[in-house]
Design a protein. Sequence first.
Lengths: 112, 113
Amino acid sequence: QQQVKQSPQSLIVQKGGISIINCAYENTAFDYFPWYQQFPGKGPALLIAIRPDVSEKKEGRFTISFNKSAKQFSLHIMDSQPGDSATYFCAAVTGGGNKLTFGTGTQLKVEL
Amino acid sequence: SAVISQKPSRDICQRGTSLTIQCQVDSQVTMMFWYRQQPGQSLTLIATANQGSEATYESGFVIDKFPISRPNLTFSTLTVSNMSPEDSSIYLCSVTDSNYGYTFGSGTRLTVV
């Protein structure tokens, strides 16, 4: 059973545009929500993360929006660049931080 | 954050054979994790490896197929046993610090022919 649902599966954005990836979860025991960026041939790398007591977190061009009541969170990439082309995974961690549950992934392509 | 060295980076193996993947961390960590990522798919946790105890396997993964060793706080191995083409995947190790930070190795790309 997929505990973290992610959409869209793939996304094409023009350079300078906004990329938006959405995730939804069911397990209310999740208390930490990271986003990972993965380039071909590499392992996932932490991009940004949020806890459910915060509605938004911004780091540079990357912003997480979190809606606890709806059990949804999203990643916004502002001013998207070709170098942002990668696969993005949302994830969730239960209390105790001992297990990551990944979303299905979004393949982002930023075109010139 | 920790730096992980994973070996080999890729391998092509004959069906019926076994491959052992090594994961070396540059600092002592309590928990190490092994994941499988099938082509174009998400990551699925295989097992959690704690030093001094047997690994804990997720549903669908068994010790006979994926034996794990964790001899100390900086090293772990995952063996993929009696391989079949369905085992062709990327295998990644991961570690976590006490602040929910997870770091991943670059992965081992396994092709079984």
